[in-house]
Design a protein around this ligand. Structure first.
Ligand code: PMP
Length: 411
C-alpha cells in the first residue's frame, strides 16, 4: 500500500508553522496545532453568529443550535455512536470528573465497592477516583504494569473481584506511547460485570475508535489535542446510563420543568450540559475532525509510526540517552510518544538547552507520577509526534540534543 504523505503541503494548512518557521514542535501530546479552517471557523462564529442557544427561539439562536448539533453529529459519526450519547464539557479532565461524580451520586459506586485504575494513568483519570473514594467509601485498586511497562490482561483478571464495579483505563499512555487493547479489555470487564471508562485524550489522536463495536461505558477526550479548539471536552456516555439519573452538575438548560418540589430533566445529551456551552469551539471542532478524516486516518497513523521509527533509530545512536519502555519495535501498539532522559541530567536542564535551539518538547512527570515512581525517576523528557512533523524536525531535535553533552561534562 502506498502511504505517501505530503507533509510539506499539510504544514501550509497550519498558521503556527507559517508564523514560526524556525520552531521544531515535538509536543503535540500536550496540545496540537490547529489547521487554519478551525481557527477561521471559530473566528467566523464570533463575527457572524454569536448568540446563546436554548435561550430564545430567535432565528440566530436556532441557527447556532443547528450548527452545534451538526458538530455533535460529525463527532458521533467519527466515534461510531449515537448523537444522544455525546455530551460537551470543557476538557477531558472535566469530563472524567463529571463521570466519576455522576457514578458516585447515582450509587453505582459506594461503600464496599472497588474501582480499578492503572499504573499508567494520567492524573486526570486517577485523582478523581482517589479523591471521591475518601468521600463515598469505595476502594481504589491499581492494575500494575509489567516490566515492559505494559498492562497484562492476566493481571487484570487476577485483581477483579466480586466487589469491582469499574475499570478506569487510558486508551494510550501520554508518557509511554503504549496503546491498550481496549476491545479485549472491555470484553473481559463485561464478562465480569464491570463498567469501563476509557480516557481517550491521547488514544483518539492516533487510533481508530469504534464505540459501537467496543460497547464500553464512557469514553472521554479533549478537542485541543485532536487539532481542535481549547476549552472543549467530549464525553461519550453509553445510552444505558443516561436515563432517569441524578445529574452530577445542574443549572440552566438541562430541565423541562422546575418547581421547588419537582424537577423534570431533559433527555441525554442535554441532561449532561448545564449552563452556557462553548458554542464557538463546538462549531469549530467539527472542521478539525473533517480535516483529519480527509487526510485519511490510516495514512496518518502509518506516517506517524514511520516517523517514530526514524526518531528511535536516531535516538538510540546517542550513548548518553536512556529511552524508557519497550521500544525494541515500533508498531501500532506503541508509537508517537517517546520518553527518555539524558544520563546525569535533570529533564528541565535538557529542555532549557533544547529551547535555545527552538526545539519544544515536554519535560517533568507529565501528570503521570505513578509511571515515574515505577521507573524510579522524578521525571523524563517526552517527544511527541503528530502528522505535521517531518524527518527534518527529528534531525534538528537530535542535533540540539547533542548540544546538551557539554552540560553532562560539567556535572
Ligand atoms: N488524559 C491523558 C492521557 C492526557 O494526556 C491528558 C492531557 N495531558 C489528559 C487526560 C487531560 O487532558 P486535558 O488537560 O485536556 O483535560
Amino acid at each position: 500500500m502506498n502511504y505517501y504523505f505530503d507533509v510539506f503541503k499539510i504544514r501550509k494548512d497550519f498558521p503556527f508553522f507559517i508564523n514560526n518557521p524556525d520552531i521544531i514542535y515535538l509536543d503535540s501530546a500536550a496540545t496540537s496545532h490547529k489547521p487554519s479552517i478551525v481557527i477561521e471557523k471559530e473566528k467566523e462564529f464570533y463575527e457572524k453568529y454569536n448568540c446563546n442557544v436554548h435561550r430564545t427561539s430567535g432565528s440566530f439562536s436556532l441557527k447556532v443550535e443547528e450548527m452545534c448539533e451538526n458538530s455533535r453529529k460529525t463527532i458521533a459519526n467519527f466515534l461510531n455512536c449515537d448523537e444522544s450519547e455525546i455530551f460537551f464539557t470543557y476538557s477531558a479532565t472535566y469530563g472524567i470528573n463529571y463521570i466519576a461524580y455522576f457514578l458516585c451520586i447515582n450509587e453505582y459506586l459506594g461503600n464496599d465497592d472497588e474501582v480499578i485504575i492503572t499504573e499508567m494513568e494520567h492524573h486526570a483519570n486517577l485523582l478523581p477516583f482517589l479523591n471521591l473514594s475518601k468521600i463515598f467509601g469505595f476502594k481504589v485498586k491499581v492494575w500494575k504494569m509489567n516490566e515492559k511497562l505494559e498492562l497484562d490482561i492476566e493481571e487484570l483478571q487476577k485483581i477483579i473481584s466480586d466487589k469491582t464495579k469499574l475499570l478506569a483505563v487510558t486508551h494510550m499512555s501520554n508518557v509511554l506511547g503504549v496503546v491498550n487493547d481496549i476491545e479485549n479489555i472491555v470484553k473481559i470487564c463485561k464478562d465480569r460485570g464491570l463498567m469501563v471508562l476509557v480516557d481517550g485524550a491521547q488514544g483518539i489522536v492516533h487510533n481508530h475508535v469504534d464505540l459501537k463495536k467496543w460497547d464500553l461505558d464512557f469514553y472521554v477526550f479533549s478537542a485541543h489535542k485532536l487539532y481542535g479548539p481549547l476549552g472543549l471536552g467530549v464525553v461519550y456516555v453509553n445510552k444505558k446510563h443516561s436515563k432517569k439519573k441524578k445529574p452530577a452538575f445542574s443549572g440552566g438548560s438541562i430541565i423541562s420543568y422546575v418547581s421547588l418540589d419537582k424537577i423534570t430533566y431533559l433527555d441525554s445529551p442535554y441532561f449532561f450540559e448545564p449552563g452556557t456551552q462553548a458554542f464557538a469551539q463546538i462549531f469549530a471542532f467539527k472542521y478539525a475532525i473533517e480535516y483529519l478524516k480527509n487526510l485519511n486516518l490510516e495514512k496518518v497513523k502509518m506516517y506517524e509510526i514511520g516517523l517514530t521509527k526514524y526518531l528511535l533509530e536516531k535516538l538510540k545512536e546517542l550513548d548518553f540517552v536512556e529511552i524508557y519502555g519497550n521500544y525494541e519495535e515500533v508498531n501500532d501498539k506503541r508509537f508517537a510518544i517517546v520518553p527518555f532522559n539524558v544520563v546525569n541530567l535533570h529533564s528541565h536542564d535538557v529542555s532549557f538547552v533544547l529551547d535555545r535551539f527552538n526545539v519544544l518538547i515536554r519535560v517533568g512527570h507529565h501528570c503521570a507520577q505513578l509511571i515515574h515512581h515505577k521507573l524510579g525517576i522524578p521525571g523524563s523528557c517526552r517527544v511527541s509526534i503528530a502528522f505535521y512533523n517531518t524527518k527534518e524536525d527529528i534531525d534538528k531535535f537530535i542535533e540540539a540534543l547533542k548540544q546538551v553533552k557539554f552540560l553532562i561534562s560539567k556535572n
